[in-house]
Design a protein around this ligand. Sequence first.
Ligand SMILES: Cc1cc2nc3c(=O)[nH]c(=O)nc-3n(C[C@H](O)[C@H](O)[C@H](O)COP(=O)(O)O)c2cc1C
Length: 326
Amino acid sequence: MASSLKLPKPFFVLAPMDDVTDSVFRQVVGGCAAPDLYFTEFVNADGLQSPGRPKLLKKLRFSAAERPLIAQIWGKQPDNFYKTARQIADGSLARELGLPKGMNFAGVDLNMGCPQKSEVKTGTCSALMNDRPLATALIEATKEGVDGQLPVSVKTRTGFSQVDTSWIEFLLDHDLDMLTIHGRTKAQKSKVAADWSFIGWARGLRDDVAPETLIVGNGDVKNRQHGLELARKHRLDGIMIGRGIFDDPFAFAGRSPWASYTPKQRLALYKKHVELFAKTWRAGERPIHTLNKFCKVYVSGFDGAKELREELMAARSADELLSILR
Ligand SMILES: Cc1cc2nc3c(=O)[nH]c(=O)nc-3n(C[C@H](O)[C@H](O)[C@H](O)COP(=O)(O)O)c2cc1C
């Protein structure tokens, strides 16, 4: 099933980052140097199957340029995973998003790694490492929902309080199409360096127990070159890059031009980001200040950058931002 994605080896993935990798930023990254695969931000399947659906649906919006795109879901109720997976696989959710006929998500991923207290205390995401019957129920419900029409994958960490080989063995027993491993435990959050030797061990185990499951490594990868070295060393199918994109929006390029980008070129890229934001999010759907976290990506490393950032971050509308950038 994973082969339906027709990915190169190794393939590169833009990591899901909540409130960061929305349709807008995915389009910006894709326009610089496209990854082979995109993920949505994580979306709560229980919320999607509740009266709160319209609010969450907008997190799943995407454009033709951001493909192939995997929808990432999280939550607690197997029945809601089943319904959500069904609606994704049969295209009804895509139609609800107003996407043209034939345009759909490329797969469904289950978040079993998020370490945030708010999620863990409800027994979801990384807490599933300690509730394996529920983890099994969620995977099985999702598979039943997609009914063989789309790949089903999991993104996780190396363990809960400590590295846990049994967790990876458990996941590989579930016949997944793809398993992404962020090389840190839940307890480590993002404080220590990612453990790539553990990811390499998981790759070795995969050969023995689940040869069809693609293994994707994640954690601290700076750019494509760095990812290629890690993929070669640990014999991985894919590499996922998250925060590296903040230091270089061209992180997926064979040769990034970012270091020699002039301030004018950097501001032009931010302008493109703001224009896409204004086009994608209708009034009030996403507050303008959510753009502030991107400001430093584009506006840094030149004289006057700090002052310009302060001015940009005080702007109260996309128009105001654009007039400063002009
Ligand atoms: C702001 C932010 C939001 C994130 N949101 C998600 C998410 O929605 N789903 C998910 O699986 N991981 C999420 N992550 C984790 C990343 O996908 C990735 O696993 C982590 O950042 C490590 O990779 P990196 O070192 O390349 O950034 C998030 C990370 C950050 C920094």
